[in-house]
Design a protein around this ligand. Structure first.
Ligand SMILES: [Zn+2]
Length: 94
């Protein structure tokens, strides 16, 4: 199983995980290509043992010279390009 979207309970290893809450962190600075990185954070909960933890759901890069007509929405519906779990980053958010 190499599904990038699969989350696993760090406590019991169960894959029966739900995301109870998500929020977006938007990088204030664009990267070299002019894209903004939007990190989608989430609170995960294991349905098996009840353990819950925070993690990165996905990182989405948007923009890069593409004008979004009439909208200032940063998040669009394109699929995430990176799935990164970074504990240091998560801890900084607290
Ligand atoms: Zn569990």
């Amino acid at each position: 199983m190499t599904s990038k979207n699969a989350k696993k309970c760090p406590k019991c290893g169960s894959l029966d995980i739900e995301v109870s809450r998500t929020w977006n962190l938007v990088s204030p600075l664009p990267d070299k290509a002019g894209r903004i990185t939007v990190t989608v954070m989430g609170v995960f909960k294991c349905r098996n043992c009840g353990y819950s933890w925070k993690g990165t759901v996905s990182k989405i890069k948007v923009g890069g010279g593409v004008e979004i007509e009439g909208k200032q929405e940063i998040l669009d519906e394109r699929p995430p390009k990176e799935i990164v779990l970074d504990l240091d980053e998560i801890l900084k958010e607290e």
